[in-house]
Design a binder for this molecule. Structure first.
Ligand SMILES: O=c1ccn([C@@H]2O[C@H](COP(=O)(O)O)[C@@H](O)[C@H]2O)c(=O)[nH]1
Length: 272
């Protein structure tokens, strides 16, 4: 998917919502545990109930890896389902990979070729040669962690090195990588007060923003400096949508939560 296609989907749906498929067997409705593949059954119901309200799905691979081979199979089946039934929707592997170039190439093949994701999250810590193998896939997006939503973000990311915060150095240096137009950056919704400075460095790249809902970030605060004339934002919610109900009405409850976020996004888009 190209950036223009993503923007056109956002305008069509009046939504820049990304739904996180963090499917946790201990949180899904108990009746689904009787199904042959409870993870896929849950994901399919969520996707069918919400696809018209969002432009991206983001399975966090940890939830699938934790279930071993069955988890990987459910992830592959989920990807095939979304790509076949809703090919216009961006798929993001929240895998936070990063390794020497030779190994990064295999990660890129695993997620872009084998599982057919459109995008992957990558940790920038190992530098250029660990990121460029992902960027070689010029029709895919590489989403670098810049300023994350968790409290531990302050351990390193906001520390100054030679007078400049590490997250700013990540943004500036990443723009020098080959195919940097295929980069997006993760910025936590809980760090909305940093967005003005972040936008000064990366005025055009899309930002993937997790942390609204369960982590307490504010959609309106994120939009204040995060939204650009070409939108430039994907705001993620996972638990707040997936686990709105643990009953048989879970998909309808998820749709309602997604609808509330989509409506709030439409209001923000009207302000641009
Ligand atoms: O800085 C980051 C980077 C990634 N995440 C991931 O996003 C979702 C958020 O889930 P919620 O349930 O909406 O809190 C989850 O997969 C995280 O691992 C993040 O939260 N912050």
């Amino acid at each position: 998917m190209s950036t223009d296609e993503l923007i056109s989907q956002i305008r069509k749906k009046n939504s820049f919502l990304c739904i996180g498929l963090d499917t946790d067997l201990s949180k899904i409705p108990p009746h689904l545990l009787e199904e042959a593949d409870p993870i896929f059954s849950f994901n399919k119901a969520i996707v069918d109930a919400t696809h018209h309200l969002c432009v991206a799905y983001k399975p966090n691979t940890a939830f699938y890896e934790a279930c071993g081979i069955k988890g990987w199979e459910a992830l592959a089946q989920t990807m095939e389902y979304i790509n076949t039934k809703y090919p216009e929707i961006l798929t993001i592997a929240d895998a936070k990979r990063g390794d020497i170039g030779n190994t990064a190439t295999q990660y890129a093949r695993a997620f872009f070729e084998d599982l057919s994701f459109d995008a992957i999250t990558v940790a920038p810590y190992m530098g250029r040669d660990s990121v460029e193998p992902f960027l070689k896939f010029s029709d895919k997006f590489t989403i670098l962690l810049a300023l994350t939503s968790n409290p531990g973000a302050f351990d390193f990311q906001t520390k100054r090195i030679e007078g400049k915060e590490l997250y700013k150095q990540v943004l500036e240096t990443a723009l020098t990588y080959e195919n940097s137009e295929q980069l997006m950056f993760v910025v936590g919704a809980t760090k909305a007060e940093y967005l003005k400075q972040i936008r000064a460095i990366v005025p055009n790249n899309f930002l993937l923003v997790p942390g609204v809902g369960a982590q307490g970030g504010s959609l309106v605060e994120v939009c204040r400096y995060g939204l650009t004339k070409d939108i430039g934002l994907l705001i993620n919610s996972s638990r707040g949508i997936l686990y709105a109900s643990k009953g048989k009405d879970f998909a309808a409850a998820a749709r309602e939560q997604a609808l509330q976020l989509q409506k709030a996004m439409a209001v923000e888009m009207d302000k641009i």
